[in-house]
Write a protein that binds this ligand. Structure first.
Ligand code: HEC
Length: 721
């Protein structure tokens, strides 16, 4: 009998009246010691001081400027901070770890990874984005586990000092231990690691030629304890789902970037994964491609696969699973069932029995369009679709869905473009003329994750309804023997940069234009940036200096360099088979005024009863002031970062690109409070209590839509009487 069983049986005695041994109830949910509130990632707090009757009195209790409120433009802050006793731990936009007094917002210490021995040893300053940190303790030994770029570090939770006997000089370099050439891989976990006993788990954002294998490390030594191959090796289950028998040697991605949930009692780690490389063409990776786009249940102790479910087969739409699953307990067919709910970019919610992976609502394999115009591509004939809950967003785009609320000329313009694209249902084959992608690359649901209320069994999910246009172009085989730097540079650019910065260097979506980069960067700074990466720009270790110089000659318009003969490698060895197609970038399908080309709603917030799978309420989430002024009802707008729900009857959410923080009645969807943040709170809030006072805190990084940016963490509470 393990301790947890014992706890559960005691709890059972008390809870039997309420309906049995419900694992989401047998612990206090008044704390926020983990990202997502708990290892179950249900983003719920049982605090009740702030309720539907007093929430409109909410005031700013404190603001902490994590970079001293200097005038820099910051990148997005997506961190969900944790609170241990009276200390709040979070990450600044420049990826400094900080500890502040959670009652006052007063700084206790900061830890700058750029100064750490771990980083110096490896001469790496590759930074990335970070969604939070993880706490681990054993007696007085209290640690914060923190990753920046490819390095995992541990810091003393009280003093803020690097723990130097962890790994090598206080860090472990994650490019090692993946079974690939470590000079060619790129790994950067952006979600916090998950801890179980003396192990922690991670996968991460990875390069296109890096496998997203899931690994366990020893918390004290940093030693790798197990690895689960998300691209199976010969002899491992799932290997047969790849037509390319050497996929395990060169295929990349298939990574769990959104982070994990843990059933601590059963020792089960739940890991969602993304699609394999490349995102939009699967001709060089035919087959269902396990374990891409899967929800995986792994034995936390050993890494052994317990069960899996693939949410998209042979994905060519970038339909990564974007959030940790929520471990919830529901009443199903008269019994309480411990379940796992997975939200997805497609707008489906999949619900499984936690131990067996058996779906609670039937899931059909539904035939989809397979008539692809791309050579050597073979699309999967069916995709899994749950009968309940119903999809949270529209999954098709027809002529009647075009945005006609702005003006007639705007409508005529998008109609003309619309008619030249492939449109219709979701899972429409990528094409050269342009395929409309809806739900888009950013959902449906996104990385903020859902909130679940164990009392009412309602789950809350915010979603996007943004359409995108996907254009594929030929990736011309290049057999010429000699070439200029410019020719090589253009070619390398299309292979390594175009997917984000676009065919004309203009960027798009969240990727910046790099036209005129020569005004900002010397050649040396530029080639350095390509190696280290920065935030959402991955570093690239596999490019040679000649290749980087060739790219520099093109992007920085170095006329003299462009004419010189290129001396670098022409063909990459060991790389995956070259894709026959590239895509021209992440392009939203917008009106000339910049609104989505689809009719509203463009963002919604829904409450779903997870016992029955039924939608309880749904509201447009977010608004445009200028449309409101014209008398157009709330349209909703793009949002990233999730909600939290409380026993006080209130749901709290930032997330919207309109920069507002909202409190919503969890039963009805009625907005109770709307207040402006210093910049959009593109993050999930945390809820906690100190000295009998309840707080809600959110990171307000903004930046996501090119608008306001900030380094502020803002905490709300009720005024003192
Ligand atoms: C996965 C998407 C992605 C890829 C691939 C990518 N970049 Fe970037 N790049 C970004 C993002 C995002 C930024 C903004 C980084 C930040 O927030 O600091 C950026 C920033 C830059 C900047 C700095 C822009 C500025 O205004 O300071 C340059 C220059 C650049 N990238 C060049 C390249 C080149 C050259 C390549 C190919 C070798 C490349 N990038 C590949 C996403 C990407």
């Amino acid at each position: 009998m393990n301790l947890f069983h014992f706890n559960c049986s005691i709890a059972f005695l008390f809870l039997i009246v309420l309906g049995g041994c419900d694992s989401s109830r047998d612990k206090t949910l008044t704390k926020w010691e983990e990202t997502g509130g708990s290892k179950e990632n249900i983003r719920y707090s049982s605090l009740t001081q702030i309720d539907t009757s007093n929430v409109d009195d909410l005031q700013i209790a404190w603001t902490y400027y994590s970079e001293n409120n200097d005038s820099t433009r910051y990148g997005a802050m997506e961190c969900n901070p944790i609170i241990i006793d009276t200390i709040l731990y979070g990450v600044s936009p420049k990826l400094k770890l900080f500890a502040i007094n959670a009652l006052t917002g007063k700084e206790l210490w900061t830890f700058n990874p750029a100064d750490s021995a771990a980083n110096k040893t490896w001469h790496r300053s590759s930074v990335n984005m970070n969604r939070g940190v993880t706490y681990w303790a054993e007696g007085d030994d209290k640690r914060i586990i923190f990753t920046v770029g490819p390095i995992a570090m541990e810091v003393n939770a009280i003093t803020g000092k690097l723990i130097t006997d962890f790994g090598t000089d206080g860090g472990i370099h994650l490019v090692n231990g993946l079974g690939r050439d470590s000079t060619k891989v790129f790994v950067a976990p952006t979600s916090p690691v998950m801890v179980y006993k003396n192990l922690f788990f991670l996968s991460g954002l990875v390069g296109d030629e890096t496998p997203g294998h899931i690994r366990a490390f020893d918390v004290k030594t940093g030693k790798q304890k197990w690895i689960f191959h998300t691209i199976p090796y010969p002899g491992e289950a799932g290997y047969e789902t790849w037509e390319d028998t050497a996929a395990y040697k060169h295929m990349g991605s298939t990574n769990s970037w959104a982070g994990f949930s843990l059933d601590e009692k059963r020792g089960i780690l739940f890991a969602p994964t993304g699609n394999p490389t490349s995102d939009f063409y699967g001709g060089q990776r035919l087959g269902a491609g396990l374990y891409g786009n899967c929800l995986l249940a792994l034995d936390a102790e050993t890494g052994k696969l317990l069960w899996h479910f693939q949410t998209v087969h042979h994905d060519v739409w970038d339909m990564d699973i974007p959030a940790q699953p929520a471990l919830i307990t529901v009443m199903h067919e008269g019994k309480l069932v411990d379940a796992v709910a997975q939200t997805t970019k497609t707008g489906f919610i999949f619900l499984f029995e936690r131990e067996t992976g058996k779906p609670l609502f039937p899931i059909d394999e539904v035939p989809v369009e397979t008539n692809t115009p791309l050579v050597n591509e073979k699309l999967w004939p069916t995709q899994p679709m749950p009968r309940l809950p119903k999809p949270l967003v529209r999954q098709s785009f027809d002529l009647s869905d075009l945005n006609d609320i702005v003006s007639d000329s705007s409508y005529q313009d998008i109609k003309k473009r619309f008619l030249s694209y492939r449109s219709g249902k979701m899972f429409n084959p990528p094409s050269k003329e342009g395929t409309i992608i809806l739900p888009g690359y950013d959902g449906g649901a996104e990385w903020g994750g859902p909130a679940f209320d164990p009392e009412t069994k309602l789950m809350y999910i915010n979603t996007n309804e943004m359409s995108w246009v996907l254009h594929m172009v030929d990736n011309k085989p290049d057999n010429k023997k000699t070439r200029t730097n410019l020719e090589a540079g253009v070619n390398l650019y299309s292979q390594y940069c175009m997917s984000c910065h676009g065919p004309e260097l203009l960027g798009g979506g969240d990727y910046p234009s790099i036209v005129g980069a020569e005004k900002k960067y010397t050649t040396q700074q530029f080639t350095q940036l390509l190696t280290t990466g920065r935030r959402m720009m991955p570093g690239n270790n596999s490019l040679t200096q000649e290749e980087k110089n060739a790219i520099a000659s093109y992007v920085l318009s170095l006329k003299n360099e462009q004419k010189k003969t290129y001396t670098g490698p022409i063909k990459k060895e060991d790389g995956p088979p070259k894709s026959l197609y590239d895509f021209t970038g992440y392009n939203k399908f917008l009106t000339t005024e910049g609104y989505p080309a689809i009719k509203p709603p463009w963002g919604t917030l829904s409450a779903v009863n997870m016992n029955t799978g039924e939608l309880v309420w749904k509201i447009p989430f977010g608004e445009f002031e200028e449309l409101k002024a014209k008398g157009i009802p709330a349209t909703g707008r793009e949002n990233y970062g999730g909600p939290v729900v409380t026993a006080g009857g209130v749901l709290f959410i930032g997330a919207s690109s309109d920069g507002k923080f909202r409190a919503i009645n969890k039963r009805t969807g009625k907005i109770l409070l709307e207040t402006d943040l210093p910049a959009p709170g593109v993050a999930t809030p945390s809820v906690y209590e100190i000295n009998g006072k309840q707080f809600i805190v959110i990171a307000c990084g903004g930046s996501k839509w090119g608008g306001k940016s900030s380094d502020a963490y803002v905490a709300f509470a009720l005024p003192e009487h």
